[in-house]
Design a protein around this ligand. Structure first.
Ligand code: GLN
Ligand code: ZN
Length: 769
């Protein structure tokens, strides 16, 4: 092929973009609307303006094909439910009365009506609203949103490609509606759903869309024959339609695996594949499958879910290989850019030398454009960009933030023994019993107490310079005093300091560890109008000084009862951050573990007899494909043991987990070798206690008896009943009494009353034993 014909064939695109706007304008407008301060037309206008702004930015960056339809007031899976008319029965009237209010009612619930359930979008930290389907579900096409957003791009003269969630993934993400047998399989509705997609595709075609993208990320998970068959049928049928645009089926987050030949054989005109991280295996898979003759391949080569600049030379090599495997190769980010912040230019507090090796959505778009030009025109066409890229990569590799020889030497010297407690559990338990002198069914909490507006104001005051560090610390000490004396009066056995000094359980530690970066504007959508600013784990991790000892020691000075030290574990520190991509995750986890190990040791030296290392994210970080689980759990549990393995036998190590079904990590929970684990359990009626018992779990367990997700106050009888259920599985000598999770989102009044119920229930049961 000569250069010119290649040039004509390479286009650049992305699948989606951050929705919030440079200053989170969308969040402000939506929340204003909820509060009645913003009228619906004003909200719509803000949204339209933000979409226009995205389109302009994308086209100015030189992107040849812009995505449309990916914008959302809350969530794109909910938008898909609206598009196919799959509204929960209970919300139908509200949606018919007012589409916008009905939409928000489905997302957030109302006084009377429960919202849709929310859950994690694959292994990202974005949450979607789970479609509720049943045998009676009637689908009905509503192309309105897609058509309107396509038109907006056309009005700007852009080549637009509508992006829709594909029918197979939509059904695989759904669950049985309330009142429908739990074993109902939404995938059985495929034949009913396809005609609705056909209608929408025809509408988009009529409106001038040459290509439409159907996202099928669910196909990167382990899928059985029935599911692969459904995918084959779906794309055979949609492909056979005569009145339709060309179809691009997109997958991301992992390799397509068994679904690759299925889609390759289907009559769709194009596939979009991820070539980053574990999905890089798509390259070999594609070659082995004989490529995609006659099809368009969109190569997701710029990592869409992390914040590092691309390595252009490496990417061009991959893209060059791909050229031989498809009719036409285009360049894209690996997934929607929804999962990264908007623009590094807003980060004026990060060293400019470091900023050069970070890329957010705006920078990633430019990278895609550059790579497409390089692929089309050869390296000469992008010589200045390549030189700048090489220089920025060199800055990263050579940075002293990234490479700290002392940290590396220490990590390399870790031995098997460092991860093992000196004595086996039964002997430790005896030593701890003697030291702590706790009653049967000891009571405790998970760490945080209500984060009052007073506390948040104090933090804001400190940042703004309205109070100084000493003034701030006084306010924290005051809070700790209150929390400790409340717990003493309430009669809790193992106290906590309440975590008043922590803005967030990951951010607090990230701010105190060398090797982590914080952003000022690096907002990423978690769900709806909730945005988080994940810290960036950029370099080798070390701990310049103790992080928590001051407050734990202060709390302990106020009481004779044991005060539990409270740390965030290494796996959770990684899970809720952007992690480095230049070394295996296990290596990063080990460095974080060593820093935390020093904190554990300092707490112990300060007299702390109970130390809790939270790992709420252990389960959610499980890789998408089962084949990768064992390797993940190996390094994850090793990091936890390295954090906690250095303490004396009579120091009691606790851990805590939530947000999860624990069925598939029971063995990993055992391998943590923590003396006590507290788990979320109230809503599942202590199910996890039975599961742990059945698995032969030998240590102490605190299945939560108080659901902290709602302001509802459990009474003593309710807690007692849950504890009796717990006692059927776990003997009294090993059962703890605690809430499901921390109390930071709760108010004081319900916290007081709920903990009173909890202590009363424990006491009355103790009297029976
Ligand atoms: N110790 C933390 C707290 O109580 C645990 C939070 C969590 O599990 N997410 O807030
Ligand atoms: Zn929790």
């Amino acid at each position: 092929m000569n250069t010119e014909s290649v040039a004509a064939a390479v286009s650049s695109t992305v699948y989606g973009y951050p929705r919030q706007g440079p200053d989170r304008e969308l969040k402000k407008a939506i929340e204003g609307y909820w509060k009645g301060r913003v009228e619906a037309p004003a909200l719509r206008e803000t949204a339209r303006e933000l979409r226009r702004d995205i389109l302009r930015r994308l086209s100015e960056s030189g992107l040849s094909e812009v995505p449309t339809g990916h914008f959302s007031y809350y969530d794109h899976v909910l938008d898909t439910s609206v598009m196919v008319g799959a509204l929960p029965e209970r919300h139908r009237a509200a949606v018919e009365a007012d589409a916008l209010d009905g939409y928000f009612a489905m997302a957030r619930g109302t006084q009377e009506l429960a919202p849709l359930e929310m859950t994690k979008w694959f292994d990202t930290n974005y949450h979607y609203l789970v479609p509720e389907l049943g045998p009676d579900t009637v689908f009905r096409a509503d192309s309105g949103k897609q058509l309107a957003e396509l038109r907006e791009a056309q009005e700007l003269g852009l080549t637009a490609r509508p992006v829709l969630l594909g029918p197979v993934t939509y059904l695989l993400l759904a669950k049985a509606a309330p009142g429908v047998a739990a074993d109902f399989e939404p995938l059985t509705l495929l034949d009913r759903l396809l005609p609705v997609y056909a209608e929408i595709l025809a509408d988009l075609r009529a409106a001038g869309a040459a290509w439409v993208q159907l996202d099928e990320p669910a196909l990167v998970q382990d899928r059985g024959p029935a599911e692969l068959n459904a995918a084959a049928r779906a794309y055979r049928d949609l492909g056979a339609l005569t009145d339709r645009p060309r179809l691009l089926v997109a997958s991301y987050f992992d390799r397509l695996g068994e679904a690759l030949p299925v889609l390759a054989k289907s009559p769709v005109e194009g596939l979009a594949l991820d070539f980053t991280g574990p999905a890089a295996a798509n390259l070999d898979d594609l070659a082995a499958a004989g490529g995609l003759p006659g099809k368009r391949l969109v190569a997701g080569i710029v990592d869409g879910r992390n914040v590092w600049i691309n390595d252009h030379e490496k990417s061009l090599a991959v893209l060059g290989t791909l050229l031989g495997l498809a009719e036409r190769v285009d360049v894209a980010a690996s997934c929607s850019l929804l999962h990264v912040p908007l623009d590094t230019a807003a980060e004026r507090e990060i060293d400019p030398g470091i900023l050069r090796w970070l890329a957010f959505a705006r920078q990633k778009t430019a990278e895609v454009v550059t790579l497409a030009r390089g692929l089309a025109g050869g390296t000469d066409a992008i010589a200045p960009q390549l030189a700048a890229n090489r220089a920025a990569l060199a800055l990263r590799t050579g940075s002293s933030l990234v490479h700290d020889p002392a940290v590396r030497a220490r990590a390399a010297a870790v031995t098997e023994a460092d991860g093992h407690r000196g004595l086996p559990y039964p002997e430790r338990a005896a030593a701890q019993r003697a030291r702590l002198g706790l009653p049967l069914l000891p009571t405790t909490t998970i760490g945080s107490f209500p984060q009052t507006t007073g506390l948040r104001t104090a933090r804001a005051d400190l940042r703004a310079g309205r109070i100084d560090q000493a003034g701030y610390e006084e306010r924290i000490e005051h809070e700790i005093r209150e929390v400790v004396s409340f717990q003493e009066e309430a009669g809790l056995d193992v106290l906590v300091h309440g975590e008043a000094e922590r803005n967030d359980m990951v951010q607090f530690f990230a701010e105190r560890l060398t090797g982590y970066l914080a952003t000022r504007h690096g907002w990423v959508q978690s769900y709806g109008t909730r945005y988080v600013r994940p810290p960036i784990l950029a370099g080798d991790i070390s701990r310049p000084e103790a992080m928590t000892v001051r407050w734990t020691r202060f709390a302990q000075s106020l009481t004779a009862r044991p005060v539990k030290g409270m740390l965030t574990g290494p796996v959770t520190m990684l899970a809720w951050s952007f992690v480095r991509d230049d070394q295996p995750l296990g290596d990063t986890a080990r460095q974080v573990a060593l820093a935390l190990r020093d904190e554990v040791s300092d707490l112990e030296a300060a007299g702390t007899s109970v130390i809790q290392v939270d790992e709420p994210a252990l389960r959610e970080t499980l890789p998408l494909r089962a084949g990768a689980h064992a390797a993940y759990l190996d390094w994850a549990t090793a990091a936890f043991r390295l954090t906690t393995g250095g303490v004396r036998p009579d120091t009691q190590i606790h851990t805590h987990m939530c947000y999860a079904e624990f069925g598939d990590i029971l063995r990993a929970i055992d391998e943590l070798d923590a003396d006590v684990i507290s788990l979320e359990a109230a809503r599942s009626h202590m199910q996890v206690a039975g599961e742990l018992a059945a698995a032969g779990y030998p240590r102490e367990v605190g299945p939560g008896v108080y659901d902290i997700h709602s302001p509802r106050v459990p009474d003593q009888a309710e807690v007692t009943a849950l504890l009796r259920t717990g006692l059927e599985a776990i003997p009294a000598e090993r059962l703890w009494v605690n809430p499901d999770c921390g109390l930071k989102t709760r108010g004081w009044p319900e916290t007081r009353r709920s903990l009173a119920s909890l202590v009363a229930a424990a006491r009355s049961l103790r009297a029976e034993l």
